[in-house]
Design a protein around this ligand. Structure first.
Ligand code: PEP
Ligand code: MN
Length: 485
């Protein structure tokens, strides 16, 4: 595949499609897709451009990227409690980083569209029966009797994404993110006294700083990103927040890919969206924006150089992520970058490495060196979750906190040794609580010392195990302390 080959939102169809979903009724699928094609964008080109700009700041070491959320969202978990718990955790985590590292944090949630899952096998055996694997709520149902792919689920995914993003936007513009109220972000549920104390020290320090600023009349967007082009936000309550998901279901992604004028020289990405179709001969050049999310990533199972996913991703204007696992060769990685970012544009590509604590030493340095030698600039992000999944004695999928920290620590060290810098983290975490206010029990360890025998108590994930509220704050303090030094 060459960057000079013609691209269109549908050109991926000529390539081989990994993880393809076989719909039994293609006519039904076409009908649903033509409905989605007419629905409005979920995110706007100016927001996408602003994120590209902010990721270029991460690439220049002027900001840190937090990419986090569920492994997979479900339609049933789309409730106001779950959404605010997720946003509350992302805000708490980023506050710890901002305070310790003194760097702005770019926040991208795995939210408002993270429904589809790649699977290692198309079928699985349940209760002696061979059934189609569960592929995520936008494809089929978790219930063994509901495994036939149903296109109506794509439409339902669109509306669940829309309602989630609507609520997130509402929360963030009505004071939920206010730095005057960080205790509202669920801290009451942190049981570990030392963790609570550490967080409260930050909050007290912040209150003092805000009081001082108010006294001298200098209060402005402390929570906002001061590196933003077009100016920062002017209230302490509003923060930038972006959505993301794995771009797996290409039919859906294509249906939400729309052409809009590209920002011209001197056009601020925070200017009003150029929604009106341009008909004049002098119309600005257009770009194709995937309007289903601000940021999309290619999974480790669908990143084949000549495959459909890479073909689709190379043509969209959004900033993209690429998962990089132990099977990636250095030369292959550079060829992939040549395809998805031929003009070497800053902020365009984020490499999300996920080798496993035991394998990172064998792969990361070679990948960093290959990318450095190629002249490509990227954002390097550590995903310390996906190479460290294991099965517990009770049969539940889990991850050990110590192993997660081990991969993260090695990652920080190797970047420093290679004269590179880790730009962010990608985590699977949740601030979700049960009715009694207890966090989930899916990962072992952390300051709460969760034991393997406690996993079945509140194991909620139907996909990969997530860090809970306390375990996530532990990770935030570890990173924040690292950058403080
Ligand atoms: C994921 O991020 O949930 C995932 C499936 O990751 P990977 O593609 O790295 O295995
Ligand atoms: Mn996962």
């Amino acid at each position: 595949m060459f960057a000079s080959e013609a691209w269109s939102p549908a050109s991926w169809k000529t390539k081989s499609i990994a993880q393809d979903v076989g719909y039994p009724d293609p006519t039904h699928l076409s009908k649903v897709l033509s409905k989605i094609e007419k629905l409005p964008p979920l995110v706007t080109p100016s927001e996408i451009e602003r994120l590209r700009y902010q990721l270029s700041a991460v690439q220049r070491n002027e900001a840190f990227l937090l990419h986090a959320g569920d492994c997979a969202e479900s339609f049933d978990a789309c409730t106001h409690e779950n959404i605010s718990a997720k946003i509350g955790l992302i805000l708490s985590f980023s506050l710890i980083l901002i305070w310790g590292a003194r760097l702005p944090v770019v926040r991208i949630g795995r939210i408002a569209g993270q429904y589809a899952k790649p699977r290692s096998s198309p079928t699985e055996k349940i209760g002696g029966r061979e059934v189609l694997s569960f592929r995520g709520d936008n494809v089929n149902g978790l219930d063994v009797n509901d495994r036939t792919p149903d296109p109506e689920r794509l439409l339902s995914a669109y509306f669940h994404s829309a309602t989630t993003i609507n609520y997130v936007r509402g929360l963030l513009t009505s004071g939920f993110a206010s730095l005057h109220h960080p205790r509202d972000w669920s801290l009451s549920h942190v049981r570990s006294p030392s963790l609570r104390k550490e967080f409260e020290t930050i909050v007290d320090g912040l209150s003092d700083a805000l009081d001082f600023s108010r006294t001298i009349g200098a209060e402005s967007g402390a929570a906002a990103a001061p590196f933003e082009r077009g100016g920062g936000r002017d209230t302490v309550g509003e923060v930038d927040f972006y959505t993301s998901h794995e771009g797996l279901m290409l039919e859906y992604e294509q249906a939400l890919t729309r052409a809009f004028p590209l920002p011209g020289a001197g056009v601020s990405p925070s200017a009003p969206d150029p929604i009106a179709p341009q008909s004049s001969k002098n119309a600005p050049k257009k770009g194709f924006y995937n309007t289903s999310a601000h940021f999309l990533w290619i999974g480790d199972r669908t990143r084949q150089l000549t495959g459909a996913h890479v073909e689709y991703f190379r043509g969209i204007r959004n900033p993209i992520g690429v998962k990089v696992g132990p099977s990636m060769e250095g030369e292959e990685l550079v060829r992939l970058l040549d395809v998805v970012n031929p003009d070497k544009e800053p902020g365009r590509v984020t490499l999300i490495t996920r080798y496993g604590a035991g394998k990172i030493d064998n792969h990361l340095a070679a990948h960093i060196k290959a990318v450095q030698a190629s002249g490509h600039g990227v954002v390097w992000v550590c995903d310390p979750m996906h190479g460290n999944t294991q099965t517990s004695t009770s049969g539940l999928k889990t991850r050990h906190f110590g192993t997660i920290i081990s991969e993260l620590t090695s990652c920080l060290r190797i970047h420093a040794e290679c004269n590179s810098r880790l730009g962010g983290v990608s985590l699977e975490f949740t601030g979700e609580l049960n009715e009694e206010g207890f966090s989930v029990t899916e990962c072992v360890g952390g300051s709460m010392e969760l034991g393997e025998e406690e996993l079945p108590m509140r194991y909620q994930s139907f996909c990969d195990p997530r860090l809970n509220f306390e375990q996530s704050l532990d990770v935030a303090f570890m990173i924040s302390n690292h950058y403080k030094k």
